[in-house]
Ligand binder design. Structure first.
Ligand code: HEC
Length: 308
């Protein structure tokens, strides 16, 4: 794994929901984030969000990042890049860095907006990290991933005809409710992946095409751990996956989910999971589900896959 990604496991995960309809969102209202996540289908219901990158357009737009820190919060908080130019429809992974400059643990809270306001509805999150109250230990520094894309329909909206830059702006504030802070140790590099969160992500991002016990648009995934790639009975695979000399393990599943078409050129799965923590959680869920399935069926088939 890239060291950069390693570091990201050590991450403060904000509700970096990329959206503009909440322009002017008030601070200290975590329920608004939750309401938003629900309304836009925190994972899953916005299918379009996962059908990349075939819908990528030739048109590009620049997305600029802006960060602000309240004066009473001794944190540094900056985007790692001031702007990126993306093709409409293209998924993009960017990072923000947050560092606690003080000698005490402090709980922070983020708000954001997207400008111009007319562009907000075309800004889509792939990953919705729920930032409510998060704690940074003294001098702790974390990188926070944000995955987004701009809907190709942006180009057809006359309100945005002259918009060539969309700005995503975050403000970090000191929490007024620090007791509710989540324990960040779950994001440490050596934290065990979370199969329960993985199941949630699987439901949101995979079940449109996959089931555990039957073939759908995609092959059945029950028992996929340790299974040879392209070998679910009765599923019509691409030639590429069928003939790939691959057995599904922690490592190969991680690479597959990061970019199936890059990992197995010619494969047909049109979905990528760009951030490593989510991949680890999903893979942990697939492994656990496989184990439970074997317990149920009494199969002694070994579960392969490396240890985390
Ligand atoms: C839009 C539909 C779609 C979605 C959503 C999707 N997949 Fe797939 N998946 C496919 C297709 C199609 C294939 C078969 C690819 C081929 O034959 O080249 C596949 C194959 C796979 C395989 C290989 C299985 C085997 O038998 O070799 C795995 C593992 C997998 N998907 C996992 C996932 C996970 C985990 C998610 C959620 C993050 C997911 N997929 C989301 C369509 C999808």
């Amino acid at each position: 794994m890239e060291p950069r990604y390693r570091k990201n496991l050590n991450v403060l995960l904000p509700c970096f929901v990329v959206v503009g309809t909440m322009f002017g969102l008030v601070a200290y209202a975590p329920e608004l984030y939750r309401a938003f996540c629900g309304a836009t289908g925190y994972g899953g219901t916005t299918q379009r969000a996962y059908s990349d990158p075939t819908a990528t357009s030739d048109k590009t737009v620049t997305v600029a990042f802006d960060s602000n820190v309240a004066p009473d919060l001794p944190w540094r908080f900056e985007p790692e890049q001031r702007s990126v130019t993306v093709h409409l429809g293209e998924q993009k992974l960017v990072f923000f860095t947050a560092e606690n400059l003080s000698n005490e643990s402090i709980v922070g809270h983020a708000t954001f907006n997207v400008t111009p306001e007319t562009s907000g509805i075309y800004f889509n999150k792939i990953q919705c990290f729920c930032f409510n109250e998060e704690r940074l230990d003294p001098h702790q520094k974390v990188e926070m991933p944000v995955v987004f894309y701009v809907d190709p329909a942006f180009a057809k909206d006359s309100d945005n005809a002259h918009v060539d830059t969309i700005t995503l702006s975050y403000t970090l504030l000191r929490s007024v409710n620090p007791d509710q802070a989540k324990n960040l140790s779950r994001f440490e590099a050596n934290a065990a992946p979370d199969a329960v969160h993985g199941e949630q992500l699987f439901t949101e991002r995979c079940t449109a095409c996959h089931a555990m016990d039957s073939n759908k648009t995609g092959p059945m995934l029950g028992g996929v751990f340790g299974r040879k790639a392209g070998s679910a009975a009765g599923y019509h695979y691409s030639q590429a996956l069928k003939s790939a000399a691959l057995t599904w393990s922690t490592d190969s599943l991680d690479q597959w989910l990061a970019d199936p078409k890059k990992f197995v050129p010619g494969a047909r799965m049109p979905v990528r999971v760009l951030d490593a923590p989510s991949r680890h959680d999903i893979v942990a869920y697939l492994q656990k589900a496989g184990r439970e399935r074997n317990d149920r069926t009494g199969s002694n088939a070994p579960i392969s896959g490396g240890e985390y």
